[in-house]
Design a protein. Structure first.
Length: 197
């Protein structure tokens, strides 16, 4: 079970089988680990994906509300899928931002200032699976590979996974943008120097 297509199918089935209380528990653990392992208040911009409920994604609203409740100085950016269906732009999210749901079920900001990839200090990355070298499997559209290649090399790439890593994703491309770290409900996995180069 080490090829992207097989992993995607397998992990989607596992995710869909999780009951709501377990999704909530795991989301809380991801939020706790993020704040434990990273000095978020030292970042100027954090990029956060907004969860798709029907895909049983991590509830990043826990992280967003925590930042707002405790008035942390970090600013939040969220992605907006462009009409071409293959690229993203990014916009500032505040407590007053109006959101609409796009055709994929993703909430997106309306009339919010644009934020550019080079401004970002860290990116929280949705994924279905990852391996012990920092390769990841997403939904297969390539949105995040294209986006991450536009970010600064020192911008932290932090995956958010329900599962522990698999040993290897055998058909990972050398051009795939690897993670610096991945949060799971059990803790964090850091990747070697080659993932940072």
């Amino acid at each position: 079970m080490s090829v992207k297509a097989e992993l995607r199918q397998y992990m989607l089935a596992r995710r869909k089988a999780l009951p709501p209380y377990e999704l909530a528990r795991r989301s809380t653990m991801l939020r706790k680990h993020l704040f434990y392992y990273f000095s978020i208040a030292q970042w100027e911009w954090l990029h956060v994906f907004l969860p798709i409920p029907q895909q049983h994604e991590p509830d990043t609203w826990e992280i967003i509300r925590w930042i707002w409740e405790y008035d942390l100085p970090v600013k939040l950016a969220v992605p907006v899928v462009q009409p071409d269906g293959v690229s993203l732009r990014h916009h500032h999210l505040t407590p007053d931002t109006r959101l609409v749901t796009n055709r994929w079920g993703i909430p997106e900001p309306v009339e919010a200032p644009e934020v550019f990839p080079q401004q970002l200090d860290a990116v929280l990355i949705p994924l279905l699976a990852f391996d012990i070298t920092g390769h990841r499997v997403g939904y297969g559209k390539g949105f995040y590979d294209r986006f991450l290649s536009e970010c600064r090399p020192d911008a932290l790439r932090i995956g958010m996974s329900w599962e522990q890593p698999v040993p290897a994703i055998e058909d990972a491309s050398p051009h795939d943008v690897r993670l610096h770290a991945c949060l799971t409900p059990m803790g964090i996995r850091w990747f070697g120097a080659e993932a940072w180069s």
